[in-house]
Design a protein around this ligand. Structure first.
Ligand code: GDP
Ligand code: GDP
Length: 436
């Protein structure tokens, strides 16, 4: 189900990232702890009371090569393109500035709802400072304080009032949704073209669908697929779409809606930080992941090259040790036809369910092989394990004292599960709980 998206817009220093972090809270990033992967705080899922939504900090989208007015314009346009509701943030301590007016002027052009928030109203005595901002033409300003966490509830209630009534209808459960993500120019749209052109696909044209025409639905060998955000991959022209962080944002949104993510690398080039970031998001989101090395035709190679490249990838993407790697060429179409088969397999693993009785045999064997750790005379006891979710497969392990579980032992249990079942291509998650 796709969640509504809220974007925060405003000139620099009004407190956009402060508000973003406040709302998002301290969601701990799994990937942040993995070596070599850093995280952009520009996009995150968030919750407020009963509302779930995605939040974008457009200020975090780096457009620094552009003059100020152009940056603001592009950030506002990204918000207008991507969001269901826009929060227009201003600084209550400075009153209306010329730059606020410039932002306002751009936002007048959107028919999306805009909620005006006046930040840095740190105490109730300052509330009268908001009246100035009626002049911006967005109705009642909401006083908030990012640093003190004040007023955010009212602001988000107002934003939520404008969320689309019904969430967009999602695809049927047995449709495999996948996306291709990667840096610009690695060959994503070329691969999509080969997939669509070569596999004798039927591109369905569903009448009356409310979705933007951004996904491509098709069927092959009796299996239905949707390529998520095909339009985003193909869309060209707007200046900001060339910017790195915008492409990350776009990728994040595609990842979120996918079951399986194809992380596309350019085989001609070494692995870059950006590749790792993007892949890290797919992993963290718990999606099935396939690493696709494209442009393999252009690589000068001998019998060792593929092995060496595989090693390089494994060394850089330690957290994706479960992801299959496929070497393809969109240009010569080499091995592109294998992609769907691997997508099917990974998708199946991603929603695999294992019976508790079998899981508990695995646990019993694992404990016999490698006794559970103890600490200061207390030994971890594992009572039982059960699978509580798919996409990705998620297991709850019931123990006597969760603090006694070591990371390394958890890893060992994960490995035993992987060795026993075919979870190729999918992350798996363990949750350690005290038995009630
Ligand atoms: P951005 O450029 O719009 O993302 O702004 P930042 O979030 O980086 O904030 C700019 C500055 O304003 C920082 O020094 C913040 O600490 C400060 N700031 C943010 N929110 C508040 C607030 O509610 N009250 C006060 N007094 N300062 C704030
Ligand atoms: P995207 O930005 O990731 O969608 O990349 P494109 O599909 O637009 O491809 C970028 C460039 O790489 C284009 O000039 C393509 O012709 C070229 N390209 C894509 N795939 C291949 C490939 O497999 N081999 C070679 N040699 N070039 C490719």
């Amino acid at each position: 189900m796709s969640k509504p998206t809220v974007a925060i817009v405003g000139r620099p220093n009004v407190g956009k990232s402060t508000i973003f972090n406040r709302i998002v809270g301290d969601r701990v990033s799994i990937v942040e702890d993995e070596p070599g992967v850093t995280r952009d705080r520009i996009y995150s899922s968030a919750e407020w009371l009963a509302h779930e939504f995605n939040l974008i900090d457009t200020g975090g989208i780096d457009l620094s090569d552009e003059p100020f007015l152009e940056q603001i314009r592009q950030q506002a346009e990204i918000a207008m393109d991507e969001a269901d509701v826009i929060i227009f943030l201003v600084n209550g301590r400075e009153g209306v500035t010329v730059q606020d007016e410039q932002v306002a002027k751009i936002l007048y052009r959107t028919n999306k709802p805009v909620v005006l928030a006046v930040n840095k109203i740190d105490n109730p005595d300052m509330r009268e400072m908001i009246y100035d901002f009626y002049s911006l033409g967005f109705g009642e300003p909401f006083p908030i304080s990012g640093s003190h966490g004040l007023g955010l509830g009212d602001l988000l209630d107002e934003a939520a009032r404008h969320f689309p009534d019904k969430p967009e209808e999602d695809y049927e459960e047995d449709v495999i949704k996948f996306s291709l993500i990667g840096r610009p120019n690695v060959g994503k749209s070329s691969l999509v073209n080969v997939l669509l052109g070569e596999e004798r696909v039927i591109v369905s044209d569903i009448a009356g669908t409310t979705r933007d025409a951004i996904d491509t639905e098709y069927e092959y060998n009796d299996q239905e697929y949707v390529i998520i955000d095909t339009a985003g991959m193909r869309k060209r022209g707007k200046v900001y779409e060339a910017t790195e962080k915008y492409s990350v944002l776009r990728a994040l949104r595609a990842i979120e809606r996918s079951d399986v993510v194809l992380v596309v690398l350019n085989g001609e080039e070494g692995i870059q930080e950006q590749d790792k970031k993007i892949a890290g998001y797919a992993h963290e989101a718990g999606k099935g992941v396939i690493i696709v090395v494209n442009k393999w035709d252009a690589v000068e190679k001998d019998e060792k090259t593929m092995n060496e490249k595989t090693k390089e990838i494994r060394a850089h993407f330690l957290f994706l040790d479960y992801a299959p790697i496929l070497f393809v060429s969109a240009k010569t179409k080499q091995r592109v036809h294998n992609l769907l088969e691997i997508i099917n397999r990974v998708s199946e693993n991603h929603s695999l369910r294992i019976q508790s009785s079998i899981l508990n045999e695995v646990i019993a064997d694992a404990v016999a092989m490698n006794p559970a750790p103890s600490d200061k005379g207390r030994r971890l006891r594992i009572y039982y394990m059960t699978q509580v979710a798919v996409k990705p497969p998620t297991f709850v392990v019931f123990v006597n004292e969760p603090e006694l579980m070591h990371f390394s032992y958890e890893r060992f249990l994960q490995n035993r599960i992987r060795e026993t079942f075919d979870f190729e291509g999918t992350p798996i998650r363990l949750i350690i709980r005290a038995r009630a």
